[in-house]
Design a binder for this molecule. Sequence first.
Ligand code: C2E
Ligand code: MG
Ligand code: MG
Ligand code: MG
Length: 291
Amino acid sequence: RAKDMGKNNCQFYTREMNACIEEKLVLLEGLRGALDDGQFRLVYQPKVDLRTGRIFGVEALVRWEHPEHGCIGPDRFIPLAEESGMIVALGEWVLRTACRQNRAWQEAGLAPLRMSVNVSPRQFEEQGLVPRVALALADSGLAAEWLELEVTEGVIMRDLQQAVAKMGELRAMGVSLSIDDFGTGYSSLSALKSFPVSTLKIDKSFVRDLGVSEGDQAVASSIIDLAHRLRLRVIAEGVETEQQCAFLRQNGCDEMQGYLFSRPLPPEQLRLLLEEQAAPIVSVPQPCLLA
Ligand code: C2E
Ligand code: MG
Ligand code: MG
Ligand code: MG
């Protein structure tokens, strides 16, 4: 780190580094007011059952509609929100909004969906998570069975015992849990069997080269096998091609999510997709999704 290198350290800062730090500061400054200003919105990406080709759930993904910088993706501001502690308030907004949206779809007569919400490390570790989830469900009127939380291996492994206890409390409430980006963290296999989760999510980095890389094929099919032996379901994220989809289905993967089926959509557009699915004559599932 340049700071630790002595007094004449400015020479180590390149212009790009400055620009990068400046951007961070601007976004960090803006984050504080953005929530009160209503600058965040959620988009929803369908999750599809590979056996039936039908949407059974969606993942809520947050977007920041910045007044000057336009739409900003979560990879650019979630880490900042995490560092600054803002993630707790933002995460609560995401959770409440997603539960309310899911309940609204149900009340509109659509077939019930499972809503998945991402939970970041600080949010998961925070004392009030379980009561916050209970309150979001109670206030929205959504039954717990229609909510799933996605956590990463890293979050669980930080404090294994406490994480397993917390997951157990959520599970007891009826909320499902899945492990996001599976295969990129370092949960030990012995720990994995004690997680009260229902689904493993194969990280998109292993999905990208399916059909090209034998290594990634081995990893993906091993995760599928592992999940099934542990009596868990398995979903692949980042599925973009028919080839990837075919490999996953041939290897027994249960579910998939990715641009091949649909990008994350604003609620009005997702609703159209669901209505289409409900009307069999109009619905034309992607060829590869048909068994
Ligand atoms: P994630 O939870 O692993 O979400 C998957 C990411 O892959 C999403 O990026 C999604 O838009 C993208 N994706 C989906 N299908 C495809 C595909 O076919 N190809 C490719 N290349 N990408 C695909 P997004 O929306 O930019 O979110 C990035 C990450 O930010 C998420 O990764 C999650 O870790 C985090 N995130 C998003 N929303 C929230 C939130 O509300 N709360 C928290 N704590 N984190 C969030
Ligand atoms: Mg996720
Ligand atoms: Mg993921
Ligand atoms: Mg990810």
